[in-house]
Ligand binder design. Structure first.
Ligand code: ZN
Length: 250
């Protein structure tokens, strides 16, 4: 791998010459904000059992278990702040370079850092939704219900099950978001991937789709991905460091 400086220069040249950049982010961009990667060692799926969507809608006990996990994790994430990598992407958007930001994250940190064109493929942890009538609540409000003793919250309008507005295991991907995401990916001239190991779908397909439409690829991820060989530049360094440097050099 060429030196860090050489790779930075190459990435900078690509960012400067491209006009229609799409960013794609995964858990790795938020670890520097103190949010643990679900899949990594010590991550959420090491500490908690996965409650599938089917279990959630069919069992009171599963809903209680699920909300208990969400309540415990909330204390961990409620004060998380965007880091340099989130800020750098917001800056690229303000410069008119970054047209679209697709994320697998549910933490809302991209919006906190000032990005506005964000497509959340896995929904958001910032809201809860009634699975029956679609009523939405800020997650803070539902967390207060849990604090005051509720264990399986239900909708005050229709009595339906209330669930965080995230896409759970066993739940299908949101159709409108997927369509918008793939439109952005097929039309971009540079796909800037940060913090995904690209192991599962649709993550794995996103850079491949961009590549097959002639886009350049920049990867920033701590570990190897199955499509590193397609990328024009790969970084293994911390996302905050890499993106911070790149935006400073603009
Ligand atoms: Zn309802």
């Amino acid at each position: 791998m060429p030196t860090f400086e050489k790779r930075l220069t190459k990435a900078l040249t690509l960012l400067q010459s491209c006009k229609n950049i799409t960013a794609f982010t995964g858990a790795g961009i938020s670890t520097e904000s103190g949010i643990s990667d679900f899949r990594s060692k010590g991550g959420v799926w090491d500490r908690y059992r996965i409650v599938t969507y089917q279990e959630f809608i069919s069992s009171h006990d599963a809903r209680v278990e699920y909300w208990k996990m969400k309540r415990e994790l909330y204390t961990e994430i409620k004060d998380a702040k965007p880091n340099r990598a989130h800020m750098a992407l917001a800056e690229l958007e303000h410069m008119g370079k970054l047209k679209c930001l697709i994320t697998q994250n549910i933490d809302g940190l991209h919006q906190d850092s000032g990005s506005s064109n964000v497509i959340e493929l896995h929904g958001t942890n910032r809201k809860a939704v009634c699975l029956e009538c679609g009523k939405l609540w800020p997650i803070e409000e539902v967390q207060e219900w849990l604090e005051s003793g509720e264990t399986d919250p239900s909708c005050d309008a229709c009595n339906g099950f209330v669930k965080p507005a995230t896409i759970s295991f066993g739940q299908s991907m949101p159709e409108a978001e997927m369509v918008r995401a793939f439109e952005c990916v097929s039309n971009c001239d540079l796909l800037f991937m940060i913090g995904s190991s690209l192991q599962v779908e649709p993550a794995a397909s996103i850079p491949r789709e961009a590549y097959s439409n002639g886009a350049k690829l920049i990867y920033v991820n701590r570990t190897e991905t199955p499509s590193d060989s397609l990328a024009d530049v790969c970084f293994r360094e911390n996302a905050g460091h890499v993106l911070g440097e790149l935006v400073n050099m603009f």
